[in-house]
Write a protein that binds this ligand. Structure first.
Ligand SMILES: [Zn+2]
Length: 223
């Protein structure tokens, strides 16, 4: 495994530009979380950005760059990333957004809170408050409910087609749905599942592959 180096200088204006420059300096090499944080840190103020992983996610989803992680490549460890080439996926930059009026209507409907809902529980984090789970200040951004059925004429004007989501839930949604393959990212879903759900999945897999868990907790082949 070849590790990347900080070449720099990384004095680009935005966090995203600096992270992109780091990957461009290290095509085909492993870049670590620490290196990303190092270049993401503001070169003038020395301030460490709270949401560097969101910017990383935007390089993938909005700009269309391929950035691999342990989720898609077995030889990468957690907190290691790799850009195999500088190619952008076509069309990735054409992200539809709601109109200013529609977005304002979404924010008013949501009361300026995140509308992500899971098992009937709404996230509800308010714009500007500190996210107790992910850290950092909540910044709500628009999420199109059905990204594969955008009607360019009506959807941007229709508030019912959009949700207000906090950064953590934007990332979560992007991780769950691999828009390049059109498949659910099952691994990410299991990873983010509750302990109760993970246990149920664990039991299912044991049974599926012919194992049983004994009373003492040990696991053995089903006879
Ligand atoms: Zn949320």
């Amino acid at each position: 495994m070849k590790y990347g180096k900080l070449k720099g200088p990384y004095n680009q204006k935005t966090v995203k530009e600096r992270i992109k420059a780091l990957f461009f300096d290290n095509i085909g090499k492993t870049v670590t979380r620490e290196q990303i944080i190092q270049v993401a840190t503001d070169p003038v103020s020395g301030r460490q950005p709270e949401n560097w992983h969101q910017r990383l996610s935007e390089l993938r989803t909005d700009d269309g760059y391929t950035i691999l992680s342990w989720r898609n490549r077995g030889d990468l460890k957690v907190q290691e990333y790799l850009m195999p080439n500088k190619q952008k996926r076509a069309g990735a930059s054409k992200r539809t957004k709601p109109t200013t009026e529609a977005w304002r209507a979404v924010l008013e409907r949501s009361n300026y809170t995140c509308e992500w809902s899971e098992a009937g529980e709404v996230c509800g984090l308010h714009e500007g408050e500190i996210d107790p789970v992910g850290g950092g200040r909540v910044k709500l951004t628009p999420d199109h409910k059905l990204p594969h059925s955008i009607d360019p004429n009506s959807d941007p004007r229709d508030p019912t087609k959009w949700l207000a989501l906090c950064g953590r839930h934007q990332v979560m949604k992007k991780n769950y749905w691999d828009s390049s393959s059109g498949k659910l990212n099952v691994y990410a879903i299991v990873q983010a599942a509750s302990r109760k759900d993970k246990l149920a999945i664990f039991q299912f897999l044991l049974d599926h592959f012919g194992y049983i868990q004994k009373e003492d907790g040990s696991i053995g082949r089903r006879k």
